[in-house]
Design a protein. Structure first.
Length: 421
C-alpha cells in the first residue's frame, strides 16, 4: 500500500500566488526524487548550511514520536547544524530499532556528503505511520544530487496530502543591517496544537546564539503553529526547526536575552512570519472549505483562553455548523462549557462576523441574523467570545488568544478513508 499523492483539487483558500523567497546567505537548497514512495515527483529535500549556523527546535508532544524526531531532538543539544534532510511519504514512526537505524543512516549519509559530523545533521519525516523506511534510496538520491532547486521546489517536495506549498518570507532590521527570514512548511491533516502531520522550517541569515534562538522559536511557535487545529489530532512527526546561518552579525555585546532591544525587529518579524505559516496550514486543512478565526477574551489567563479557543475550533459540531453555513451559536456555548476552563455563564458574550449575537449570557434581543448568515457563506468565518472571567477595565492584555481552525466536510472523510490505498 502506498500513500496517496497530494490531492489534485486545490484548497479554495489557497493563495492566488506563492511567496517568492530570496536566496539566503549560508543556505543551499536541493529537492530531488528518491523514488522511495512517490513516482514522478520530488519527495526529498537537502538543505546545506554554513559552518556558523546555529539551530533551535520544537517537537511533537506525542508519546509516540517518530525516529526522526528522536534523532533531531538529540542533535539539538549541540546547537549547531550543517544539514537538514526531509523526506515525504513515510513518517518512519512506530518502526522500532529499524526506524532509529534508518534515521541515523540517513544522517550519516548526509554528513558524508556535507563533510560534517552526523550530529550536525537534522532529519524530518512525514507520511504513513508504521511502515519501515529503507534509507538506501534516500542516501543514494542525496549523493546523486539534483539540478538547481529553489524554495518552491523544496516546499512542494515535502507535501503529502497538502494541496499547495506553504512559503513565507520577511525582512527585518538587525542593528544597522537588513536580514532575511525564509520559511517553508507542510501540513494538512493530523493537525492539532502541541506541535501540531506538521513540519515547519525557518531560516535566517542573522547571527543568533542557539540558546537565544531556542527562546525566540518557542515564543513564536506558541503564538502561531500551536494555535492551529484542523482535526484535533497531534502527529507523531511534528517538527519545527529554525536555522540562523550567522552571515549578518551584531556589533557590541553578544546577544544573551530576548529583551535585548537589538533583537526586537527580528522577534516581531518571526512572530508575523510564523502566524502567516499557521494560517496557511489551517487554510489547507484536509477537505477544508472555510477558515475559522477564533478570538477569545476575558479568560483567566492566556493559556486558559487558548484552551477555550481550541475547544471551539476542535468541536465537530461547531466545525460542521460552519461547513453548513449555520450560525448555530449554541454550539459555541457548548464548546466553551466543555473546555474545562473558567467561564462566567451570565457574562458570556459572542460575536459572529462582528455582529453581537449573545450578551451577558443571553441571546441579543431581536438581533438581525441576516448579516450573520451572509458572513457564514463566506470563506473566512470570524468568531469572538468573551467569557467574562476578567473585568475588561483590568488586565487588558491578559486572558486572550487567537486560534485558527478549519471546518469539517465530507472531503475530510474522503481523503482519510483511503489515505493508504
Amino acid at each position: 500500500m502506498t500513500a496517496k499523492k497530494s490531492p489534485s483539487t486545490l484548497s479554495p483558500l489557497a493563495p492566488k500566488r506563492f511567496a517568492k523567497l530570496p536566496a539566503l546567505a549560508g543556505v543551499e537548497v536541493q529537492a530531488m526524487a528518491s523514488g522511495s514512495r512517490y513516482r514522478g515527483r520530488d519527495d526529498l529535500v537537502l538543505l546545506r548550511f554554513s559552518k556558523t549556523t546555529t539551530v533551535a527546535g520544537v517537537f511533537t508532544s506525542s508519546k509516540m514520536p517518530s525516529a526522526a524526531v528522536d534523532l533531531s531532538r538529540a542533535h539539538l543539544a549541540g546547537g549547531k547544524a550543517r544539514a537538514l534532510v526531509v523526506n515525504a511519504g513515510n513518517a518512519n514512526a512506530f518502526t522500532g530499532k529499524a526506524g532509529a537505524k534508518a534515521a541515523l543512516d540517513t544522517a550519516k549519509g548526509a554528513a558524508k556528503l556535507v563533510d560534517c559530523k552526523p550530529s550536525d545533521v537534522f532529519i524530518a519525516s512525514t507520511g504513513v505511520i508504521g511502515e519501515d523506511l529503507d534509507p538506501a534510496p534516500l542516501v543514494a538520491a542525496l549523493h546523486q544530487g539534483a539540478g538547481k532547486s529553489d524554495w518552491l521546489d523544496a516546499a512542494r517536495a515535502i507535501m503529502t496530502t497538502d494541496t499547495f506549498p506553504k512559503l513565507v518570507t520577511r525582512k527585518a532590521k538587525f542593528d544597522k543591517q537588513e536580514i532575511t527570514l525564509n520559511a517553508i512548511a507542510k501540513g494538512s491533516g493530523m493537525i492539532a496544537p502541541d506541535m501540531a502531520t506538521l513540519l515547519a522550517f525557518v531560516f535566517t541569515d542573522a547571527s543568533v546564539p542557539a540558546g537565544v534562538l531556542q527562546k525566540l522559536l518557542a515564543e513564536a511557535n506558541g503564538q502561531s503553529l500551536n494555535c492551529v487545529t484542523v482535526d484535533g489530532d497531534t502527529s507523531t512527526s511534528d517538527t519545527c526547526l529554525m536555522f540562523a546561518t550567522g552571515d549578518k552579525k551584531l556589533g557590541g555585546a553578544p546577544l544573551r536575552s530576548l529583551d535585548d532591544k537589538r533583537l526586537a525587529p527580528l522577534r516581531a518579524a518571526l512572530a508575523d512570519l510564523m502566524q502567516d505559516l499557521a494560517v496557511q496550514v489551517a487554510s489547507d486543512g484536509e477537505g477544508v472549505s472555510k477558515l475559522i478565526t477564533i478570538d477569545v477574551a476575558g479568560a483567566e489567563n492566556d493559556a486558559a483562553a487558548r484552551q477555550i479557543g481550541l475547544a471551539i475550533g476542535n468541536s465537530p459540531l461547531v466545525k460542521t455548523a460552519v461547513a453548513g453555513e449555520d450560525a448555530n451559536w449554541g454550539r459555541i456555548v457548548m464548546a466553551i462549557g466543555k473546555s474545562g476552563e473558567a467561564a462566567e455563564r451570565d457574562r458570556l458574550s459572542i460575536d459572529i462576523g462582528g455582529v453581537q449575537v449573545a450578551r451577558k449570557g443571553r441571546a441579543v434581543a431581536g438581533y438581525d441574523e441576516r448579516p450573520v448568515a451572509k458572513h457564514m457563506r463566506g470563506a473566512h468565518v470570524h468568531i469572538r467570545v468573551d467569557v467574562g472571567v476578567q473585568v475588561k477595565s483590568k488586565n487588558k492584555a491578559k486572558g486572550q488568544a487567537r486560534i485558527w481552525a478549519s471546518d469539517l466536510t465530507h472531503g475530510y472523510i474522503d481523503i482519510n478513508a483511503d489515505y493508504r490505498s
